[in-house]
Write a protein that binds this ligand. Structure first.
Ligand code: KG4
Ligand code: ZN
Length: 364
């Protein structure tokens, strides 16, 4: 392989509904980051239909690669490392990305790296904000809500996770209940701008509890009950959106606050705590502001990647793949896509509801 300072890394992300291809240089320059989303297709069904999503990836991936190379002003032969999300995620989409990446790596005679999607989110701030290890990560996406101590590459200790639904899922469900489209997070955020966060009294599950786990299913139910008894109009939708956004935000901030204390016991006492937020929900400006305030109050530094790097994208996969390659080398072509792939395989022992391991392994 040529001079390691100038590797061009291709990142393929197909684990959910976005077909995303990014090209990142090993000096952290993002050369291109193309995302083709299926929102218009999926909004018809109010959510993601795995089979349709997989077929769309197959349809979009060639075009996304071409556009990504064009934007980066590179030819396919200039790619030095091929990386792709190998899980966790919707298996049809993960298979499309994995088979594509392996074939490309083989035909170019370049190394292939299978990347854990969660690791992609977890390490994004190292690409965009140059954050050094260790840091406390709040990972908030459509399928995951976790707080993780990121102590070094591959050294992840889960501090807490959700006992039921993820924060992103809650935003999506709330938007579906209000009939304002998919994905729900950006729509709720937009409507909330014209609403009052205190107009509806909603629960904040596990608020102030000692254990920093999350729970959102009670909030979803309470929201559904209020909406089912209400005649909706634009003003009411704005108020309901602002209220649920505040409720989710309060839970995230409160749980992160209690995790800071635990994290402090894991790192050098004198060092200032760094807090990183990642995943699709991290693009919410209200939540970013609230987390920023928490960090100021607790004398911690706060890092949030730019919005386009919070939601699923190929650049984050390329970067995590590069870090993995540096530590572990390439992945064998025998790698099997993994619908489940926790960042920390032993974390379920500490989670009250995840003590059992199913046929498919530990849930992420
Ligand atoms: O990380 P991501 O793109 O995909 C997964 O790995 O799940 O996250 C998608 C989730 C969706 O639930 C979406 O509604 C949520 O992130 N999301 C937001 C915002 N943008 C995306 N939630 C709140 N506010 C936003 N602005
Ligand atoms: Zn994601």
């Amino acid at each position: 392989m040529k001079n390691k300072n100038h590797l061009n890394i291709l990142g393929i992300e197909t684990s959910c509904d976005d077909t995303a291809i990014g090209i990142v240089r090993s000096d952290k320059k993002i050369l291109s980051n193309v995302v083709i989303n299926q929102n218009s297709n999926l909004s018809k069904y109010g959510g993601i239909v795995p089979e349709i999503a997989a077929r769309d990836h197959l349809y979009n991936i060639d075009y996304a690669i071409k556009e990504s190379l064009e934007k980066a002003k590179l030819k396919i032969e200039n790619i030095d490392l091929v990386t792709a999300t190998g899980g966790p995620g919707l298996i049809g989409g993960v298979i499309v990305g994995t088979v594509f990446a392996k074939s490309l790596a083989m035909s170019l005679d370049k190394p292939y790296v299978a990347v854990n999607h969660l690791e992609g989110h977890a390490l994004t701030a190292r690409l965009s904000e140059n954050v050094s290890y260790p840091y406390l990560l709040l990972l908030v996406s459509g399928g995951h809500t976790q707080i993780i101590a990121v102590l070094g590459y591959g050294n992840y200790k889960r501090i807490s996770s959700t006992l039921d639904d993820a924060a992103g899922e809650t935003f999506d469900k709330a938007a579906k209940i209000l009939g304002i489209g998919f994905p729900g997070g950006p729509m709720i955020e937009k409507m909330a701008l014209n609403g009052s966060p205190n107009s509806y009294k909603l629960p904040r599950p596990l608020y102030k509890s000692k254990n920093p786990n999350f729970s959102f299913s009670g909030l979803k139910t309470a929201f559904n009950q209020i909406v089912s008894k209400t005649d909706l109009n634009e003003e009411i939708i704005c108020n309901l959106s602002a209220s649920i956004q505040k409720s989710i935000s309060d839970c995230l901030v409160d749980r992160t606050k209690s995790a800071i204390k635990l994290f402090q016991t894991m790192i050098d006492e004198d060092s200032k705590v760094k807090i990183v937020v990642a995943g699709g929900v991290a693009s919410n400006k209200f939540i970013r502001n609230e987390l920023q305030k928490l960090c100021i109050e607790n004398d911690a530094s706060f890092f949030a990647p730019p919005i386009e790097l919070c939601t699923d994208n190929g650049a984050m996969i390329a970067w995590a793949g590069y870090e993995k390659y540096n530590c572990e080398g390439s992945t064998k072509l025998e790698f099997k896509p993994r619908p489940r792939w926790p960042l920390d395989p032993t974390a379920h022992y500490t989670n009250p509801i995840q003590k059992t391991v199913g046929k498919g392994g530990v849930k992420a």
